[in-house]
Design a protein around this ligand. Sequence first.
Ligand SMILES: Cc1c2[nH]c(c1CCC(=O)O)Cc1[nH]c(c(CCC(=O)O)c1C)Cc1[nH]c(c(CCC(=O)O)c1C)Cc1[nH]c(c(C)c1CCC(=O)O)C2
Length: 452
Amino acid sequence: MTSVRRVAVVGGGITGLTAAYRLRTALGPDVDVVVVEASDRLGGTLRTVRLGDGPLDVGAEAFIGRRPEIPALMAELGIADQLVHPAGKRPLIYSGNALHPLPAGTLMGIPSSASSVVGLVDDATRRTIEAEPDSPLRWEPGQDMSVADLVGGRFGEQVLHRSVDPLLGGVYSGLSGSIGVRAALPTLAAALDDSATSLTAAISAALPPPSSGPVFGALRGGYGVLIEKLVSATRAHTMLGTSVTSIRRESSGWHVDPIGSVDAVVLAVPAPALARILSDAVPAAAAAAAEIELASAVVVAMALPHDVALPDNSGVLVATDAGLETKAFTLSSRKWTHLAERSVSLVRASLGRFGDTRALDWTDETLIDVARQDLRRVSGIDVDPSASVVQRWRGGLPQYAPGHLDRVAAISAAVADVDGLAVAGAWSQGVGVPACVSSATRAAAAVCEVAR
Ligand SMILES: Cc1c2[nH]c(c1CCC(=O)O)Cc1[nH]c(c(CCC(=O)O)c1C)Cc1[nH]c(c(CCC(=O)O)c1C)Cc1[nH]c(c(C)c1CCC(=O)O)C2
């Protein structure tokens, strides 16, 4: 490719918008950068609405603070002053009709000793965990299995329902049965490969040093500020409500159906869409992408009276055997100091885990009612929100299931040798916003490599 005139980015979420911005920066002002988005808005799973007297994120609301990508991108775009950090409060787990501190000394809720989960699980489970090092562990180096298959038999179902599932719900909207050890817990897979003699020993070896717990960052005005800045800095030609159905090679570049000829294309779409678009052009990548499944969720954001006596914690993760529809509450006004200053108390209830999409079909009225009743169950607080916003996320989060890394490797390998095509998204390097930005940066660089 000698002179690049037109490039397409398919998908207008944070991945696609970052890729478009990188392409603009690398290729200069004269190239036509086209962003094609199937829905009627940009931002994907980032969305900031007004609730009460100011902005609130109703999609992703934070990023892991120790990752550099988002602060670096904010600085590049001149919005470094938007960076905020949480108040440092701890989350809770709701289980057995009571609130418990989130267990310490666990890896994604998997305890390294029974003492971590005392109070959360019964005595029989405690004894099961204590006896675990005595039963031989069989693990072939390189193998993979679901977190439930590894942990359920050795530590018991209560550990899954009350500790592991709540945390996997709070990262992937997933469950221990839908998430694989190797992709989600790489340090645990490494300890097992390294012939740990028990799960207890493997978890102890895999735990991060205690001080490195995740500190989150966010934007004072919400992720919408980042999306707007990316859009204005990129000056792309944006096509909303347009579903790309396929791409096909042309003598130079690609034909992207339905937008026409381009010199290069970045596909920044969820895995099922990637599978459809690549089914003719790169069938091996399409086949691997088709195996990646998604979880759906609904966020009900509520404005409550300012003086409501919420627990003094960042949020509440709900055990899967607790009998609630809500999987997590984010007590936004407690979690973030910049939101504590508002005239209302902001709470987000999140419903829906992998395999359970019922909440998507409920009316707003029902969802708000369920969120309110569940909040009463966990906190005793029963108030009518003065305002609320319901956001449905159909297929919002990819499941890093057993074998996920092999599927990602297969997609990457199949696309690597194809000129002028790159892929990126939450399925590839991690579900967090920093990982999406990183995958977008890589994809844009891969396409520019060819453009030079
Ligand atoms: C994509 C993502 C999420 N959460 C996270 C990511 C990024 C992962 C990455 O970059 O690799 C990060 C996260 N979230 C949580 C943890 C574990 C924290 C710990 O061990 O202390 C981690 C590392 C728990 C949580 N995660 C959440 C809570 C509850 C609110 C709070 O206390 O902050 C907790 C304790 C909230 C959360 N957060 C998420 C969901 C789906 C939910 C459920 C509720 C909702 O949809 O809003 C998504």
